[in-house]
Design a protein around this ligand. Structure first.
Ligand SMILES: [Zn+2]
Length: 323
């Protein structure tokens, strides 16, 4: 086959864009494990492979469940301007004010994180090993999504400002280029979060404030950059792929004052702190001897189905577009 037939344009509108990229979701959960105290490490460290691998299950689920997409984002600018005071932070008050259909249409990530925190806390309380690992892995995913500026912005892929592709540029291309070789993941220790709702809304507002910066900065550097140097063709898994050049990505991250690295570090800290908070709120159960410590047949089948749908399917979420 001629090479030109193998070219994949990663930047075309409509291309599927995964949250933080699969690679980065796995990394965020992986690094979060090292912030935990020893009584949690005893369970989480030996299962670091599961926690990393299943960090991406919520994205895979979007191929099976139409309602899943809303869990990954919040178009907060739909509710006015910063700090978006017209949007009640309490879910019941929000649906009372805007209706449940409207709230789901514009995304529910900060509320969904609180639901997942409740599920993880219950799993700790019940000492259910498989549920602890499943909910910890998935909670990590949604928390990481809330840290991505373009997950908290209706112009989520630059589609309103002729910057299509910027979503994957920020959350996949930049970290894949620099995370392993240049970024520092020594972050310290997880902290107990006394007010999880307040904590996650603060992170969402940080992301919302950063979204304008991301879009403006890319626009500015694009205007002064030679178009033929903005993109490059690189081989990826045996295919030639068009993507933002490493030089352009370096300038972008520099002009953002290393925002992508800072948000990734904050994501890791937040994930570990939510895990730790769930464990404390469950009464700090001993994790060395747990019930239900291997996958049941139905759980194995469920994971197999998830992978199959993801490999074969199309996203069936109505409203989430390229997220
Ligand atoms: Zn996601």
């Amino acid at each position: 086959m001629k090479k030109c037939f193998c070219i994949i344009f990663l930047l075309l509108p409509g291309h599927r864009v995964f949250c933080w990229g699969f690679y980065m979701h796995e990394k965020i959960n992986y690094h979060a494990v090292f912030l935990l105290p020893p009584p949690m490490m005893i369970l989480f460290k030996p299962n670091i492979g599961f926690l990393s691998e299943h960090a991406v299950d919520p994205d895979k689920r979007r191929y099976m469940v139409a309602s899943e997409g809303a869990h990954h984002f919040l178009d907060i600018d739909h509710y006015g301007t910063y700090p978006f005071a017209s949007l009640p932070r309490d879910y019941d008050a929000a649906i009372q004010k805007f209706t449940i259909d409207s709230i789901r249409k514009y995304g529910v990530v900060p509320w969904w994180i609180q639901v997942m925190l409740g599920r993880l806390t219950r799993a700790f309380r019940e000492k259910d090993k498989q549920s602890i690992l499943k909910y910890a892995a998935e909670l990590g995913h949604y928390i990481a999504d809330a840290h991505v500026p373009l997950h908290v912005c209706s112009n989520h892929n630059g589609q309103l400002t002729h910057q299509e592709g910027i979503h994957a540029f920020w959350e996949s291309r930049v970290p894949e280029l620099f995370a392993e070789s240049e970024w520092d993941f020594y972050i310290g220790k997880a902290s107990y979060i006394p007010d999880p709702a307040g904590f996650i809304w603060a992170r969402v507002l940080e992301s919302a404030a950063a979204a304008d910066t991301v879009l403006r900065c890319e626009k500015e550097i694009s205007a002064g950059y030679r178009p033929d140097r903005k993109y490059a063709f690189e081989e990826r898994k045996g295919k030639l792929v068009k993507q933002y050049s490493s030089g352009y990505a370096t300038l972008f991250e520099f002009r953002l004052n290393h925002m992508v690295e800072r948000r990734m570090r904050q994501s890791i800290f937040s994930v570990a702190s939510f895990w730790y908070t769930a464990w404390v709120n469950a009464g700090q159960p001993a994790l060395d001897k747990l019930n239900h410590d291997s996958l049941s047949l139905s759980e194995k089948k469920e994971y197999e189905k998830l992978n199959l749908e993801w490999k074969n399917g199309k996203i069936i979420c109505r409203d989430c577009g390229d997220r």
